[in-house]
Design a protein around this ligand. Structure first.
Ligand code: ME8
Length: 675
């Protein structure tokens, strides 16, 4: 019977546009799914979008759209991007789909019928950005995940008896494979050991969610709704026979892959919900680290995201896929930079695999009329040929283990350093181009052996790398005359399968070299996007009406486009957290190659701050010297164009117009606080 394999990504919130942080998890899952298909497993790969909850409702409001309109648009962006990136998902679930909603209600009913849901009153702190109840927190305390201030919520809710599952969960973690890697497992164990409180699983102060069955004044907690996607997408709770079959076949999941910040939801809440519903548990939850940009986690709220589209436009999908899996040690945090991306692209893809393919295949064309030559008689062999074969066999075995352990960078290192680099050296040492000049039989035989050995190593490297760089490897495979790479059976991959006389197809370079301008082009594309669209904060409600440095101020960012709900109001304590100060501009100059940015030095009484602000289109630098302005002094620093910006300058944001700096009619001392 065919083995099944079911893998999932998190479903992404639609309050943010997709960026390479989302792409990272999706690429890793796609790689695993593609490899599993090549190993013959009946594979199901699921991704999708998380579209309910107050955060999404607020983001839609801030964008002046209905939640449905808003979620339709952003979900489509994710879908389109995954297509462009060669993501081979078998389904894409949206939590606003009917199939999902009905099946989540079914899950709720089951858990309730099993006695694990009761009604109670919740008073406590909630983080709207992470949709997290923060036990034991006091008003204003920060969220343990994102550090934003939590908000107080008080309402009648349905509660889930999470406390009943403490022992069962601890038993579950005894299986070391359930939560990976070990550091995350330890984190989860200590969280559960410290005691579990029952969890509020409904909200009644907004309506953008799935109604609680038989009590539609409540909507189901967005994490219960979201986690359930892993079973609703494959047919749980459906009355259709086909869907029931699929659920039986694919559940439990083999791998839920996630980022490390959502471990608690997946390793504590999710298994508890499943246990409460008498459903089997996933086999493994695998958490990876964060992609950092300019030294902090890439995220929309920090405004430091890099879009995948920029990289796809300039270098293509394989470049992004290869870079992320090669450069970042899976499980740990890793930095993204355009310099490192282009360097890797050139060294490993253009000069590495790309060059090996084009030189080997070109020589087979030139010297053997485009047909794979015969690896010649014993006299034409040297120990070096055997070394390449041994290396290839070792890499096949090693890669299998590394991929199984999700050690993508180690697997790629093995293919590139042990095999591709060794074959390159082998070609240089054996000088097939010199052998090709000679017509004697020995030279011809030796040439045949060298080219066969190189082509066979190329074939193996190409098959092993296919799950990571599907497009280029499919093209190399076709150029080698081997047909469709998808039909390769990885279980049987071995040395010597390249058939003599195989006729090559037309040869074309797969990875043209990138020059230095590629870095600049990508940087410019991203800078332009950042300075022309202000990224709406994850929580529009607490965003002051200011132009966020360095962005020009668009209407979408301000809450003005929709009436604030009661929940969107902040307390005086919230406001007091914003340190607004009067400063005077001492230095103002343009930032090279950034049309919208100015670098400012602002004296705020106690110190002179450097700020980078997106006001260059509205103000000439020289007109700003000596001008008194208002700045947000306690904003976390961020880097723009390599310059640290320490604070944010306050400006009005007229719709469609240029920013207008806030100022005073009367004189006011430098350093005065606004309160
Ligand atoms: O948490 N580095 O959605 P989300 C690495 N809807 N991975 C990153 C990343 C970064 N800088 N930024 C995002 C949610 N990711 C919930 C999930 S699942 C039932 C519900 C990836 O849009 C990573 O996989 O905030 C992370 O866990 C996920 O995107 C969070 O996406």
């Amino acid at each position: 019977m065919t083995r099944k394999f079911y893998i999932t990504t998190p479903i992404y919130y639609v309050n943010a546009h997709p960026h390479i942080g989302h792409a990272y998890t999706t690429i890793a899952c796609d790689t695993v799914a593609r490899r599993q298909r090549m190993l013959g497993a009946d594979t199901f790969f699921l991704t999708g979008t998380d579209e309910h909850g107050q955060k999404i409702e607020r983001a839609a409001q801030a964008a002046g759209k209905t939640p449905q309109q808003f979620t339709d648009e952003v979900a489509a962006e994710f879908r389109t991007l995954w297509k462009r990136m060669g993501i081979s998902n078998d389904d894409f679930i949206r939590t606003t789909e009917e199939r999902h909603k009905k099946r989540v209600q079914e899950l709720f009913r089951r858990i309730r019928a099993n006695g694990f849901i009761y009604k109670g009153r919740y008073t406590g702190q909630y983080c709207f950005s992470d949709e997290l109840y923060v036990d034991g927190a006091r008003p204003g305390d920060p969220c343990p995940i994102c550090s934003r201030p939590t908000e107080t919520v008080e309402e009648e809710n349905y509660f889930f008896k999470l406390s009943a599952f403490q022992d069962k969960l601890l038993e579950l973690y005894a299986n070391a494979d359930f939560v990976r890697p070990e550091t995350r497992r330890n984190e989860v164990i200590s969280f559960v050991r410290s005691g579990l409180r029952d969890l509020s699983i409904s909200r009644s102060t907004f309506s953008w969610g799935i109604p609680v069955p038989d009590d539609p004044r409540h909507v189901i907690y967005v994490w219960l709704d979201a986690l359930a996607n892993y079973i609703t997408a494959i047919g749980f709770g459906s009355s259709h026979a086909g869907a029931q079959e699929a659920f039986k076949k694919y559940w439990p999941a083999d791998v839920h892959m996630i980022g490390k910040e959502i471990v608690r939801f997946h390793c504590v809440y999710w298994p508890a919900f499943l246990l409460a519903a008498n459903l089997p548990l996933p086999r493994a939850i695998v958490a990876h680290g964060w992609l950092l940009f300019e030294e902090s986690k890439m995220s929309k709220s920090r405004g430091n995201i890099v879009r995948a589209e920029t990289i796809l436009d300039v270098l293509g999908a394989d470049a992004l896929r290869y870079f992320l899996l090669r450069e970042v040690v899976f499980g740990q945090d890793g930095s993204f930079s355009f310099d490192a991306l282009v360097q890797r692209y050139n060294s490993d893809l253009a000069n590495g695999l790309g060059n090996l393919a084009s030189r080997t295949l070109t020589m087979i064309n030139r010297y053997f009329n485009g047909e794979v030559p015969y690896p010649s008689h014993a006299a034409a062999r040297t120990p070096a040929d055997g070394v390449i074969r041994e290396k290839a066999e070792m890499v096949i075995a090693e890669c299998s283990q590394f991929f199984t352990d999700h050690q993508f960078s180690a697997a790629l290192e093995s293919i590139w350093i042990r095999l591709i680099a060794a074959v390159d050296k082998y070609i240089v040492d054996n000088e097939p181009w010199s052998l090709g000049e000679k017509q004697d039989e020995n030279s011809r035989s030796r040439l045949a052996t060298v080219l066969y050995t190189s082509a066979e190593a190329l074939r193996i490297a190409t098959a092993l790398a296919h799950p990571v760089i599907p497009d280029a490897t499919a093209r190399i495979w076709a150029q080698m005359g081997l047909g469709d790479i998808k039909s390769v059976d990885l279980n049987k991959l071995a040395w010597g399968q390249l058939r003599l006389g195989t006729k090559l197809n037309e040869i074309q370079p797969v990875f043209p070299r990138a020059d230095k301008s590629a870095i600049e082009r990508m940087q410019q594309m991203e800078d332009e996007r950042r300075s022309s669209t202000i990224e709406e904060a994850k929580l529009p409600a607490v965003q002051p009406a200011v132009a966020q440095a360095p962005a020009a101020p668009p209407a979408a960012a301000t809450p003005a486009s929709g009436p604030a709900t009661d929940n969107a109001k902040i307390t005086i304590d919230d406001f007091a957290k914003i340190d607004l100060r009067v400063g005077v501009i001492k230095v103002a100059e343009r930032v090279p190659k950034a049309d919208k940015l100015l670098r400012l030095e602002v004296d705020i009484g106690t110190e002179v701050r450097q700020l980078v602000a997106g006001i260059a289109e509205a103000y000439a630098p020289e007109t700003l010297i000596g001008r008194k302005v208002v700045i947000v002094a306690n904003l976390a620093p961020r880097k723009l164009r390599g310059l640290e910006s320490n604070g944010m300058i306050v400006a009005a944001s007229p719709e469609g117009g240029k920013p207008v700096l806030a100022g005073f009619l009367e004189d006011v001392p430098i350093g005065a606080r606004l309160k």
